[in-house]
Design a protein around this ligand. Sequence first.
Ligand SMILES: *Cc1c(COP(=O)(O)O)cnc(C)c1O
Length: 421
Amino acid sequence: MSHEVTTFQPDRLFAIRMDESDDLRHFRSHFLFPANEDGSSKIYFCGNSLGLQPTEAKEAVVQVLDAWHHLAVDGHFTGDRPWMDYHRRLVNMMAPIVGALEPEVTIMNTLTTNIHMALGSFYRPSGVRTKILIEADAFPSDRYAVESWIKLHGLDPDRDLIQLHADDRGYLAPDQIRQAIYQTGEQLALVWLGNVNYYTGQYLQMGSIASWAHEVGALAGFDLAHAAGNVPMNLHDEDVDFATWCTYKYLNGGPGSIAGFYVHTRNHGFPRLAGWWGQDRSTRFDMRTPFTPESGAEGWQISNQPILSMAPLSASLALFHEAGMQRLQKKSRQLTGYLDYLLRQINAPGLEILTPSQPEERGCQLSLYMPGMAAGVYRKLLDSGVILDFRKPDVLRVAPVPLYNSYQDVWQFVQLLSTSL
Ligand SMILES: *Cc1c(COP(=O)(O)O)cnc(C)c1O
């Protein structure tokens, strides 16, 4: 952690001082924490799975319900926030989070649905170019989606799915990705990778992967589920072809909330699975006009948008907008660096951190590999008021989120962990 400005210290007073000097600390009061029986807040390190509820979310939902009550069908075009354009303000706040131009982003559907929408457009096998490169440990939904498209094209996943096998600590070396891309060469249609691995927390630099893919004539797309709201990105400048992400993890949009979708400007002319909500706005309600898509990523929308699902997200994105991804990353690197430091201090036998130690190769999550112990430690931590994530068989995922977690959360967590060992 030497590259950070702070030299960490192991005592509690240090955590208190860090919280006092944290210029993002007021954001914590904008989130609702689950409580213990005695009324104290739980330590919440599960923002990588479901982000906490922003205090302003309820009001945002109530506003939509009120508009529905008072305006009914006219709510589409009238009121403070007409539903026709409701998503625009969200897209406006979302685009900088992923480093895209505004016309390159929309919000629609849910993540796996959007993976299908993207594969429908950008997986276009022809001649010898039929293969898709994924991680052998890809999230199951991503794998199912990719395999199904290979089969829909009458091809064979055994032949057309190329899998990158990480090493025995789950690490995927960038050089290995480069080699796999070059080896597959003209047979490679598509690279589809998670840019933060959900299991190990490893972050992949997308720009180099996209340029290797382009060199062999393939496209590069990324699943940003564990990166959006966690790591600042530059999708446009890094020439990423397309991407999608859910908003219920680090983006705090609420369970099953609407997902993000990005298409690089260069790719806006691709064919797609079409629906009326992607039709040019000026003729969307003519009902007889042939499909002429709205320009940009909005032209991939298919259905009339779920406004109630957007309302909590709009409350959360306003907080991201105020904090800014650069400031969040600065705190995130300190906070996770501090967790890393304290874990090394307790020096627990049988506990290994799977996540890369370089800040450029990770976001906020650390994955703790504890063979034979993880399940037991997980139960003890739950009983002591810590909410974190257990992945069978041996991994605890711990995600201190800079928007609402504190240095004292981290300090307390490590004390509880060390007692439970
Ligand atoms: C969370 C997550 C999903 C979940 O997909 P949904 O369609 O939102 O249920 C898919 N892929 C990855 C990589 C994830 O982390």
